[in-house]
Design a protein around this ligand. Structure first.
Ligand SMILES: Cc1cc2nc3c(=O)[nH]c(=O)nc-3n(C[C@H](O)[C@H](O)[C@H](O)COP(=O)(O)OP(=O)(O)OC[C@H]3O[C@@H](n4cnc5c(N)ncnc54)[C@H](O)[C@@H]3O)c2cc1C
Length: 485
């Protein structure tokens, strides 16, 4: 008989969290600290969602998305997780750009970017100052329709090289394009520029294990290998509300659900169209999905070493930056994340993860044979490019494999294999969810600014605070008649 991954759980919870991405984990932790009874369900055998890792023969540990995040993580982690986790956040200083337009080494902060814009790109100092100051002042509630591309043209007309320098790293980090609202670029870019790029020393495995320990300490019931198939609802006095979930074929009752699944999955598959107004369903269907990713994982044989060639190396053979080239099946734009032994201080091992942005349909439409061939091509091209920096790297590699948008879909269940959630309009759907279906909340990558490690953690906090209010109101309403008796 199959193992019962839900063995021993309670019949009823205040909140069920669907998914253990950083948004789901953080939401669950905040809710538990507020005193609610929380069950977190993850379909994968590993927690963390995209912020996860895997191991391979030869002693390799590969991180999926531990490439870099803004300094804001230190505060968010300290406040909503603990000091111990925050203490392992360290800066990455070796960021490199190598493409036909320029070669730049930078610490990726405002001072160094300003220096490069003025000295390397010869932009007037007052333009640079104005650009950074204006961006910093951008506000989520600003009602601007300007696109990122239009904004660059306003400050740096005709400067494709400057556009690439400013845009390429952000496009890799969250799938944004020149057509997305300037505000989404401005907020994310300013977050990075405040102090540079940071990482978690110890690797995703240590981070997620520490988070799991904290969840346990705070009383969250965490179950892996459990897929939520349906959110259950009923209707009281014309108001639809959440009553539970069906997970691994079993009904679990709850007063609220925090879905960390993709917002389109949440509305159209998990809850179902019947629970929302036709307008809301139409708006949800119209939400555009963000792009996806491919990755090539290269494991370096035990005992071998690599020279320090930078921490994040942005490379491309494309003559100019274009959002379309970045997601093309045959893109030459890729980022190498170099994991030296200091990533995991207890280890002497090196790994390289090469990330490329990608379009789901390009990969999903391939036959099985073509799919294998394209993955082989991706691996081969990535090693060939890496040989430009480390000529003898090929003989040092004893593990290589590729992941594609199909892999992301398989492991996260995300709509169209998206690795960066949805475009801006997804945020409105996510935020308006409880007004449509009482007790249903969503925290996950939407609208670019609520994406990435920092964005999803912060969004998890915002939404779980709303849930806390809702649950307290509900508890008060249920307790009131008893108090009168
Ligand atoms: C290649 C790549 C590189 C990246 N690089 C960076 C970077 O350098 N910096 C940065 O800040 N961000 C980066 N990101 C983005 C970042 O990893 C994500 O934005 C963030 O981790 C997403 O968190 P999330 O909370 O939205 O949930 P996700 O990580 O998307 O997790 C959602 C979880 O829900 C689970 N789930 C879904 N449906 C169900 C269901 N029905 N039942 C049970 N479980 C379910 C999934 O299995 C998954 O575990 C990168 C992403 C990728 C793919």
């Amino acid at each position: 008989m199959a193992y019962d991954w839900l063995k021993g759980i309670a019949d009823r919870y205040d909140a069920v969290v669907i998914g253990s991405g950083l948004g789901g984990l953080t939401g669950a932790n905040v809710l538990a600290k507020c005193g609610h009874k929380v069950l977190l369900l993850e379909h994968h055998y590993q927690l963390g969602g995209l912020a996860t890792w895997f191991t391979r023969k030869g002693g390799h540990i590969f991180d999926i998305s531990l490439h870099g995040f803004p300094v804001g993580m230190v505060k968010s982690i300290r406040k909503y997780w603990n000091q111990d986790i925050a203490d392992s956040i360290v800066q990455l200083k070796g960021i490199r750009f190598i493409n036909p337009q320029f070669q730049v080494d930078t610490t990726f902060d405002r001072a160094d970017f300003s220096r490069h814009l003025i000295e390397t790109f010869r932009v007037a100092p007052d333009t640079v100052e104005r650009f950074f100051t204006d961006l910093r002042a951008m506000n989520f509630y600003d009602n601007s329709t300007e696109t990122t591309g239009e904004m660059f043209d306003r400050y740096f007309p005709g400067r494709d090289d400057v556009k690439r320098f400013l845009m390429e790293p952000i496009a890799y980090a969250n799938g944004s394009t020149l057509e997305d609202p300037a505000i989404t670029y401005g907020i994310v870019f300013s977050n990075f520029m405040s102090k540079g790029v940071f990482t978690f020393r110890g690797g995703s495995d240590v981070l997620i294990r520490k988070m799991a320990e904290e969840l346990k300490k705070n009383g969250v019931e965490v179950r892996k290998h459990v897929i939520v198939e349906k959110v259950l609802t009923d209707e009281v006095d014309g108001t639809k509300r959440v009553t539970g979930v069906v997970a691994n074929g079993r009904t679990i009752l709850c007063d609220s659900v925090l879905s960390n699944s993709n917002i389109k999955n949440t509305v159209l598959r998990l809850a179902g169209e019947e629970n929302f107004s036709p307008d809301f369903v139409a708006l949800t269907k119209a939400v555009r999905i963000n792009s996806s990713s491919c990755q090539v994982y290269l494991g370096i044989r035990k005992g071998e070493t690599l020279p320090h060639i930078g921490d994040l190396v942005f490379t491309s053979d494309a003559k100019i930056f274009s959002s379309a080239e970045l997601v093309d099946l045959h893109t030459s734009s890729r980022t190498f994340s170099m994991y030296y032994p200091d990533t995991r201080p207890d280890s002497t091992r090196y790994t390289v993860v090469c990330s490329l942005n990608a379009t789901y349909s390009d990969w999903n439409n391939l036959s099985d044979g073509q799919y294998q061939q394209e993955k082989e091509r991706l691996i081969e091209e990535s090693i060939t490019v890496l040989e430009r920096f480390i000529p003898d790297v090929r003989v040092k590699i004893d593990w290589k494999e590729a992941a594609t948008p199909r892999t992301i879909e398989y492991y996260t269940k995300h709509w169209a294999g998206t690795s960066f959630g949805t475009k801006f309009e997804g945020l409105k759907i996510s935020m308006n969810l409880p007004a449509q279906l009482s007790g249903l909340y969503h925290a996950g990558s939407v609208g670019i600014i609520m994406s990435g490690w920092l964005g999803t953690i912060n969004y998890g906090v915002i939404v779980s605070n709303q849930m806390d209010k809702f649950l307290h109101q509900k508890k008060r309403a249920t307790a009131a008649p008893l108090a009168v008796q």
